[in-house]
Design a protein around this ligand. Structure first.
Ligand SMILES: [Zn+2]
Length: 287
């Protein structure tokens, strides 16, 4: 899609069945979701399978003089003992990037909204048995708070430790790692701001170009039902008391300004605009 003078492309790693709803959204209530089934089934919820439907993708923003990749999915061949769904993936992500006309060397900046395994994975790829930066010419932007809260853990273990070793350390070693303090203005049209809650240092990116505006929201919202019921956190949200106010504040701004919401895990059509609901909360406007 075109947003002002920017071209925005979705680069897919996975699209299909996701987690069981109650496991991923602990407040999931069959009675409450009943009135939403008409728009959720089958694109966003597969009740027959007892699973949500979702996606894992990056957003690529192409400005005339800058190419930015937002979030880098899970990556291939990564050992994730705590999260079998994301472990040893073998997706066609790089082929999908090529199909969009993008060479990994074209990327100027990678921006990870946060440091979960499904948002930083393609930072690196396996080459001759070594983890090397996938995007050789890019600077990798990440919130300093996010970075410090991950590496500052007393004894990182399991997936967190693996993420540091196979996905973050190689970027530090290559000199491409760039911790930032939000708010951070990347260029005239791109602004990174803090949105704590899903993680402590979570950030989102706003693209404003011409009349167009889009918010690349990372995991402030995972599933479109959370637009309608923003008080529902995911089981992966770590600062739960901050996640709900952050989500509501973002949805309010989006609904007041007609801004596109560009999440990482919404299934087809993958993004939406946000409207105010008649009672309270918001609605997804999918086109
Ligand atoms: Zn995620």
């Amino acid at each position: 899609m075109k947003i002002g003078r920017a071209e925005v492309l979705r680069i897919e790693e996975y699209h299909g069945l996701g987690f069981p709803p109650k496991a991923f959204l602990p407040d999931w209530d069959e009675q409450l979701v009943e009135k939403h089934l008409h728009w959720m089934v089958p694109d966003h919820y597969a009740p027959g399978d007892g699973r949500l439907v979702g996606s894992i993708h990056s957003w690529l923003i192409r400005l005339p003089n800058l190419t930015v990749l937002v979030d880098t999915c899970s990556g291939n061949h990564k050992h994730r003992p705590d999260s079998p769904f994301f472990s040893m993936m073998n997706s066609r992500y790089i082929e999908n990037l090529a199909a969009a006309g993008v060479d990994p060397d074209d990327i100027d900046y990678v921006f990870c909204t946060h440091l979960h395994i499904d948002h930083a994975g393609w930072n690196t790829r396996l080459l001759d048995g070594k983890w090397v930066p996938t995007f050789r010419n890019a600077k990798y932007l990440v919130s300093r708070t996010e970075f410090e809260s991950l590496v500052g853990e007393e004894t990182p273990s399991g997936d967190d430790l693996n993420l540091i070793v196979d996905t973050i350390q190689p970027i530090i070693d290559s000199g491409q790692w760039l911790p930032i303090d939000a708010p951070f203005q990347l260029c005239d049209e791109l602004l990174i701001e803090a949105s704590p809650g899903h993680t402590r240092g979570h950030c989102h990116l706003t693209l404003s170009s011409g009349d167009g505006r889009a918010v690349f929201s990372g995991d402030v919202v995972h599933h479109p039902i959370q637009v309608h019921i923003p008080s529902w956190n995911s089981s992966a949200c770590s600062v739960t008391e901050a996640a709900v106010p952050t989500r509501i504040k973002m949805l309010e701004e989006l609904s007041e300004t007609g801004t596109w919401l560009m999440p990482v895990h919404f299934a087809k059509p993958f993004c939406c605009r946000v409207g105010a609901a008649q009672d309270h909360g918001f609605i997804c406007i999918m086109e």
